[in-house]
Design a binder for this molecule. Structure first.
Ligand code: NAD
Length: 484
């Protein structure tokens, strides 16, 4: 049905949208993305073209550095990241109103300690009758990096370490709702560079990132690689840019608990993972499928570990608050979307919205639902955990795979049955599969392996590190250098 609006009506709607948008900007909220406590942040530009020019100069400087010098800069970034972890954590929570200071502090320390540096770049050699062929991992040039609001400074620093270790320059188009925090991290990288003898501006960002500044980045000839960490919309946009792109997109990680698991441990691990930074990490537990015969015991273990159980009516009421109807202006189709006012909020804040008052000891809201419930289907990114009872492993795997929606991002399982573990891992095909631990073990927090905050499922790089930001180059030496 066509709607015939007058020009005045259209203007009124546009003005109201612009007013709402303006009141949401960091500047309107008093956030300044160019300074911190009166100290001017280094590497922040009004114009994206100027930011790209600065990142290009940074790239040239990195290329001229010896590996040893590059590693010195990275060591200084690690040192400052650790020393200023709590500042960035507090800034992140204050600016975005999402997450937990203690957990964000821990995430920065994880980035400082477990993001691979230049050691991740390794050459391969092949020798034979015809001599030696060497394959080296070379930089792309200047990388354009789009970063999220959920782990803003963590992603900027983690990507900077990997991209610089690989020999690239970097320009950021951070999430507008986390711009002060993200630009603080850009400045930290530049301070580290200057202190370690590198250029004063090594990485760059803009004062006010928008979809238009992202487009400038997509089209600029100096940008040779785009790396996008965010939801499905922005990943789609970089993948259709016509440039080489790495896409780290959304997840909706399911957890299966079978009747061979250590149920007490499973209950604690799931609440620990699900409530970490108020469920902002894309890898965090989002819905549970538990065998019927151990469901009561699992719920009881969760309740002993900071969970609060709500009933079906309360869950329905909460669903109406945390998921709102948003109309696509182009298609007119109305879709349930997570409310930005609820993402990453404390469990007690969410419970207060349905008239339940609890203290800080409540870390997570749990509820029993069926598979179709919106809490199971939507990536909420808040400490709300729906629990679905299942009859057996076939039903558990079937529903968990469907709930993951083909993102192939992350899945979890608590079990001691090797066949069950193997069957689920094969069926769900996720980039990360965590067995018998909280979700964050999958990114090296209490688990083996390096860390990253850019997990590239859609484009297949997996848990990105320096080598993900390189291109392979071959050098052939004919008939020599095989010395055996
Ligand atoms: P978001 O999708 O709202 O925004 C991400 C960034 O993209 C922001 O900088 C935003 O301004 C920009 N953006 C959005 N649409 C764009 C477009 N069309 N063109 C250019 N830029 C655009 O992300 P968010 O809410 O901050 O983060 C949450 C989402 O990101 C979740 O879906 C989460 O799972 C995902 N995520 C994934 C990873 C991963 O490593 N796979 C890491 C963190 C977050």
């Amino acid at each position: 049905m066509a709607i015939n609006w007058t020009e005045a009506q259209i203007e009124e709607v546009v003005a109201s949208i612009l007013k709402n948008l303006a009141s949401e900007t960091p500047a309107a909220k008093g956030w300044d993305s160019t300074q911190y406590n009166g100290r001017k942040l280094i590497g922040i530009y009004e114009d994206m073209n100027d930011a790209i020019d600065a990142a290009t100069a940074g790239y040239k400087a990195v290329r001229a550095m010896r590996l040893e010098e590059r590693e010195k800069v990275i060591a200084k970034i690690r040192e400052l990241c650790r020393a200023e972890a709590s500042i960035m954590a507090e800034l992140g929570v204050a600016e975005t109103k999402m997450g937990k200071v203690a957990h964000k502090t821990a995430k920065h320390c994880l980035v400082a300690d477990k993001t691979p540096g230049t050691a991740d770049i390794v050459a391969q050699a092949k020798t034979g009758d015809y001599g030696l062929t060497l394959t080296e991992m070379a930089p792309f040039g200047v990388v354009g990096s789009i970063t999220p609001s959920t782990n803003p400074s963590e992603t900027v620093i983690c990507n900077s370490i990997g991209m610089i270790a690989a020999g690239n320059g970097v320009v950021f188009n951070p999430h507008p709702n986390a711009i002060a925090t993200s630009n603080y991290a850009v400045d930290l990288v530049n301070r580290a560079s200057a202190a370690a003898g590198g250029p004063k501006v090594l990485v760059a960002s803009v004062v006010k990132p928008t979809l238009d500044t992202a487009q400038v980045m997509y089209k600029h000839p100096n940008i040779r690689l785009l790396v996008c960490t965010g939801g499905p919309g922005v990943v789609r946009s970089v993948l259709s840019s016509g440039k080489k792109a790495i896409g780290a997109g959304a997840g909706n990680p399911p957890v299966i608990v079978d009747d061979t698991a250590d149920i007490q441990k499973a209950g604690k691990d799931i609440i620990d993972g699900c409530s970490f930074d108020n469920n902002l990490p894309c890898i965090a537990e989002k819905e549970v499928f538990v065998f019927r015969n151990v469901a009561d015991e699992l719920i009881s273990a969760m309740l002993q570990n900071g969970a609060y159980k709500i009933n079906a009516q309360q869950a329905a009421k909460l669903a109406e608050i945390v998921l709102v109807d948003v109309k696509n202006p182009k298609t007119g189709i109305v879709k349930k979307t997570v409310s930005r006012d609820c993402v990453g909020r404390d469990a007690k804040v969410l419970l207060a919205k349905i008239g339940v008052n609890v203290g800080d000891d409540v870390r997570c809201i749990i509820c029993e639902t069926d598979f179709e419930h919106p809490f199971v289907q939507h990536e909420l990114m808040m400490p709300i955990l729906p629990i679905v009872r299942v009859d057996d492993i076939d039903q558990a795997i079937d529903l968990a795979v469907k709930a993951e929606h083909g993102n192939r991002h992350t899945a979890h399982m608590h079990s001691k049955n090797i066949d069950h573990l193997t069957r689920f891992a094969r069926a769900v095909e996720t980039t990360i599969f965590v067995k018998n631990a909280p979700s964050y073990a999958g990114i090296g927090f209490g688990g083996e392996g390096h860390t990253t905050f850019t997990i590239a499922g859609p484009t297949g790089e997996g848990l990105t590190s320096a080598r993900s930001f390189t291109r392979y180059r071959r050098c052939v030496m004919s008939d020599s250098f095989r010395i055996i």
